[in-house]
Design a protein around this ligand. Structure first.
Ligand SMILES: Cc1cc2nc3c(=O)[nH]c(=O)nc-3n(C[C@H](O)[C@H](O)[C@H](O)COP(=O)(O)OP(=O)(O)OC[C@H]3O[C@@H](n4cnc5c(N)ncnc54)[C@H](O)[C@@H]3O)c2cc1C
Length: 563
């Protein structure tokens, strides 16, 4: 428990805080940000966010609210380092949250810079590695920095600072050299090379892989082990410990079972704890449509976003997510519902909740654009995301032709388990696939409009006869009529890789406030607050995670220790 120097309102707030030693939230609730106090040292304004300096350490000015004894009398009560915990369960120079590409790269870089590093991982050891360990482990680099800048800039669509883009391109250009130092061999891959040939700089994209499997992640994990960096598993960070005067991040509160522990971070904290794919409430706040289901690690529930927000961070790229069409989930109300990847039969169409087609079902699906272009459509007249879910509709011939679901991918491919019958009959029996002897009956089963669904199928079957899809241009070879009753429909949800949003960072991976000042000693890396703005070329996350991990590791290790 934090020991307090005085019995004060602030002390009371700290005492009733569920977690020991948390300065930040209590300080904000008490008087730190809303009613800033004159600073103890007379010159540093540690509390303002409404104009002027919001990051600790910048000189000048009193409170923008006038401050002073009238508005926040207990000067020594509200924002002093005396209210930081006096007892620390652990200490390190640099504390890294997460064991993905970003966290491991950060740990390597900080350790190589001479820092004592501690890594906290929310999941058990058997489930370490986040999205990184189960992902495709491919990355891309540009053949020149200038061309890389052009392409990244085009992908980000004005949503990422030029300084960040420049740094990213420079570091990507050199990435394979560094990877070689940790035993990663860049084998030419060639896929997604590029994904957006129309964009400037696209021809400079080269994609890479090391042997396959977890060929990028495992050498990084080995490099961390070789440096004797301690990793605490089953130990999620739940709060940042922030000096309310300087706004420096001085530690983290982590949980281990029912125990809370204050961990002193003498030089810095690196948030490398992934995105918010498994947090439906955040999805609803930030994504253009929801719910979306993920094939990544269920450990990524947006913890780093909440911690950084409490510390005063700006957020960015929260609306950027990468997903495909799509998956089946048995329980759409549960973000951890097993997403079963669908491979739709040739003789099928996708219809919205009403029963209308809305796309070329065979269109090439670049990273993220299956859902951005087609599924995230909100029908204002019906007040619904009319394509979440959409339905794949097919007939008896297609039902018998083979399983409509492939194997599990990603996290669930490694840790989950599911089976799907080869003729889909088990899933029809379970009610996962809806059945109707007629299209009218099928429409009723999925809540669609019977006239609309009938008209949609009749029109599509006409295209199959003529060999021309006049509505969406689907190629003739894929046009197979839905002609044999009974008919079937399976709900299809967006199937996500990962999110890109999180605390905004600068080119040094320092987390910044809405007014651009840094939150001292706080860094972020990887997909949490990624540089990727709106479009995305496959391999970009892995490259960026390693790079931002290294930058934040080196940067935090270079901070002067506060104690
Ligand atoms: C199926 C799939 C395939 C993909 N393929 C590719 C690919 O080939 N190339 C590519 O570039 N990108 C790919 N991606 C995206 C890429 O995997 C991720 O963006 C990248 O791995 C993110 O790395 P990271 O270190 O930022 O996060 P992660 O690897 O997700 O690591 C975050 C870690 O933080 C932990 N954590 C969460 N909260 C806390 C907390 N409170 N305290 C402590 N720890 C916490 C998590 O448990 C997790 O271990 C793919 C994604 C998926 C899901």
């Amino acid at each position: 428990m934090a020991s307090q120097q005085r019995s004060t309102r602030r002390a009371f707030l700290l005492d009733v805080g569920a977690v020991t030693g948390v300065a930040a939230s209590a300080a904000l609730a008490g008087c730190g940000l809303d009613q800033p106090a004159p600073s103890r040292d007379g010159g540093r304004d540690g509390g303002r966010i409404d104009g002027g300096s919001a990051g600790g350490g910048s000189a000048g000015g009193g409170s923008a609210h006038g401050g002073g004894e009238e508005t926040c009398p207990p000067v020594t009560e509200c924002a002093t380092s005396a209210t930081l915990p006096s007892e620390w369960a652990r200490e390190a120079d640099v504390v890294v949250l997460g064991t993905g590409f970003a966290g491991l790269s950060a740990a390597v870089a900080a350790s190589d810079a001479g820092a004592k590093v501690l890594v906290l991982e929310k999941m058990a050891k058997t489930e370490e590695g986040g999205n990184s360990v189960i992902c495709g482990n491919m990355w891309w680099t540009p053949t020149s920095v200038d061309e890389g800048v052009k392409y990244i800039k085009a992908l980000c669509m004005g949503l990422t600072d030029d300084t960040c883009i420049q740094t990213l391109a420079q570091e990507m250009f050199k990435l394979n050299d560094w990877l070689a130092t940790v035993g990663v061999t860049a084998g030419a891959l060639g896929v997604f090379q590029p994904e957006y040939p129309e964009l400037p700089g696209a021809s400079s994209v080269r994609t890479w892989m090391n042997k396959g499997g977890d060929g990028l992640w495992q050498p990084l994990r080995d490099a961390v082990a070789a440096r004797n960096v301690e990793v605490l598993y089953g130990s999620p960070a739940v709060e940042l410990i922030q000096d309310p005067t300087t706004r420096e991040i001085k530690g983290v509160v982590a949980k281990n079972g029912n125990q809370s522990m204050n961990i002193k971070c003498k030089r810095g904290v690196i948030l490398a704890c992934g995105g918010f794919a498994f947090n439906h409430a955040m999805q609803a706040q930030y994504l253009p449509g929801w719910p979306v289901f993920s094939q990544g690690t269920p450990g990524n529930t947006g913890d780093g976003i909440e911690m950084a927000q409490k510390a005063g961070a700006a957020l960015w790229h929260m609306n950027n997510t990468l997903a495909h069409i799509g998956c089946f989930v048995a329980d759409p109300s549960d973000p951890k519902s097993l997403p079963i990847s669908l491979s739709l039969p040739a003789a099928s169409i996708l219809v919205d909740k009403l029963g209308s087609r809305f796309m070329n079902e065979k269109q090439t699906d670049r990273h993220g654009f299956g859902h951005k272009e087609h599924l995230f459509f909100f029908d204002g007249l019906k007040q619904t995301f009319s394509r979440i879910p959409c339905y794949a509709v097919f007939d008896e011939t297609a039902r018998k032709a083979g399983a409509i679901a492939g194997g599990l991918m990603g996290w669930y491919g490694k840790h989950g388990g599911s089976s799907w019958s080869t003729d889909n009959s088990v899933e029809v029996g379970k009610g996962w696939i809806k059945k109707g002897q007629t299209l009218d009956a099928l429409a009723t089963a999925i809540g669609a409009n019977a006239t609309t669904l009938q008209a949609t199928v009749t029109r599509f079957n006409g295209f199959c006869s003529s060999g021309q899809d006049l509505d969406y241009g689907r190629s003739a070879s894929t046009l197979k009529a839905l002609a044999t009753a009974p008919y079937y429909a399976v709900p299809v949800y967006p199937l996500m890789y990962n999110t890109q949003g999180g605390p905004r960072r600068n080119e040094k991976c320092q987390v910044i406030t809405p007014t651009g000042e840094r939150i001292p000693r706080l860094y972020s890396a990887g997909e949490l607050g990624s540089f990727w703005g709106w479009m995305y070329n496959g391999g970009g996350n892995a490259a960026e995670a390693v790079i931002t991990g290294r930058l934040s590791g080196k940067g935090s290790a270079g901070e002067a220790p506060w104690a």
